[in-house]
Design a protein around this ligand. Structure first.
Ligand SMILES: *Cc1c(COP(=O)(O)O)cnc(C)c1O
Length: 435
């Protein structure tokens, strides 16, 4: 498989873009080599600059749950664009989208649309601080909530891959107000909250963690988080930027039966365009300008093209068969487990619905510390064999693999064939070690 065109495009890109990319993980630092440049995509398939075809499991980090170039979304974008691409004034479609989001995620009584997940979480923090009059926030180790200053402390995703959990340029006086607790450890959270609840404005959590690889929450952990925050009048923010509309039509909060005070959405709700949202009870949301004293604004917020794409995405998702999507993913993961057993390999495969991560460690992965026991060199070898076999995976161990409604049983078979080839060397190298 030749990737000469991608290599040349990357060399050109590196001269005018930092690291040749507009978001760090795309630069392939975690797996070595140079990135694949994308030419086009449709359904579950992606085509690179050299016209190699891959089954895609990046899916724009989960945003493309309906598959690439979904006809309903493409049509909505074309029609919206012909009526003007930005007004800086309200439209009826924004109301339609926010009503649809409220219906799907009932804890979001009132909503504000923004352009990225980062903006949603950053604004939800400011609102929590403005609402409670307190400054400190609690986040969990390895959870990623975008790149705003307060949240770039012990963060996951690209920040984790690069080994710079604390970014330069974040003033110590800002990160000092961020308290970090281990994921899935409600005792640690209880200790922190009991000692400092008078200073804590909010607790923000990924209800299913998907930015240190995929990690499932203990149900008792999430219910303890809800119980503690309610008892001490601390705002609970569920960052559902990945989990929203991923497992069901709505938030993962409905599946767990836990309602947060504020919810952040992104990725899927924009149908592949830059769109995100945050929302919650009217009591909290009405503290925002223009009704309240907490300021937050955006020239392109509620952009008509993005909103139309979001509406089309929600319309398609409302009719979509999530049970089948989860079954397709289970088939793939069962197949991978069977291959691992055949080779007598004991890597940890975590799955929730249509997301999974294979960790190159023998330990069960349930938090940041156990995620870090995974061998990044092993992941890099695995990644390159899969790519060579036509399977496009995230170029980092610490990300989720995402299926879409467009992934077919034929894709699964092709992926399993590649998987056999990619993990076989690990069985062999272990035999050599034993002599
Ligand atoms: C992707 C992500 C964000 C950030 O969203 P951007 O649109 O990249 O700014 C925030 N939180 C979670 C859980 C995410 O997965």
């Amino acid at each position: 498989m030749s990737r000469n065109k991608s290599r040349a495009l990357f060399a050109q890109a590196a001269r005018c873009m930092v690291g040749g990319v507009n978001s760090p993980v795309r630069a392939y630092k975690a797996v070595g080599g140079t990135p694949v440049f994308i030419r086009s995509a449709r359904g579950s398939g992606i085509v690179d600059a050299d016209r190699n075809r891959y089954v895609d499991y990046v899916m724009s980090w989960g945003a493309m749950i309906l598959g690439h170039a979904h006809p309903g979304i493409v049509r909505a974008i074309q029609q919206a664009a012909e009526s003007g691409t930005s007004f800086g004034a309200p439209t009826a479609q924004e109301t339609a989208l926010c009503r649809a989001l409220s219906r799907a995620v009932p804890s979001m009584q009132k909503i504000r649309l923004v352009n990225s997940g980062t903006e949603a979480t950053m604004s939800a923090l400011r609102l929590s601080r403005g609402f409670t009059g307190k400054n400190r926030i609690v986040k969990f180790e390895g959870c990623y909530h975008g790149h705003s200053d307060s949240l770039l402390v012990k963060a996951g995703s690209g920040a984790l891959t690069l080994g710079v959990p604390d970014s330069a340029g974040v003033p110590a006086c800002v990160s000092r107000d961020t308290i970090v607790c281990p994921y899935n450890d409600s005792d640690a959270l209880a200790r922190v909250i009991k000692a400092r609840h008078k200073e804590i404005a909010c607790v923000i959590v990924e209800p299913v963690a998907a930015n240190m690889g995929l990690i499932l929450p203990d149900v008792s952990f999430l219910s303890a988080v809800r119980e503690l925050t309610a008892r001490y009048r601390i705002v609970l923010i569920f960052d559902e930027v990945i989990t929203g509309f991923r497992f069901t039509f709505g938030g993962v909060q409905q599946l767990f039966g836990i309602a947060p005070d504020l919810t952040c959405l992104g990725k899927i709700i924009g149908g592949g365009l830059p769109l995100a949202a945050y929302g919650g009870s009217a009591e909290i949301m009405d503290r925002l300008a223009p009704l309240g004293p907490v300021y937050q604004a955006g020239t392109l917020s509620g952009n008509p093209v993005a909103v139309s794409a979001g509406l089309a995405a929600l319309a398609a998702l409302e009719k979509a068969d999530y049970v089948r999507l989860n079954e397709t993913t289970a088939d793939l993961c069962d197949g991978m487990e069977a291959i691992l057993r055949m080779f007598n390999l004991h890597f940890c495969l975590n799955r929730a619905g249509s997301v999974f991560t294979l960790f190159f460690t023998q330990r069960p992965v349930r938090d940041f510390v156990t995620a870090k026991t995974s061998d990044p060199k092993a992941y890099a070898r695995f990644f390159w064999t899969m790519l060579e076999e036509g399977i496009h995976l995230p170029p980092s161990q610490f990300e989720g693999n995402f299926l879409s409604f467009a992934h077919t049983p034929a894709d699964i078979q092709r992926t399993l064939k590649a998987f056999s080839k990619a993990v076989a060397p690990f069985a062999k190298s272990r035999c050599r070690c034993r002599g």
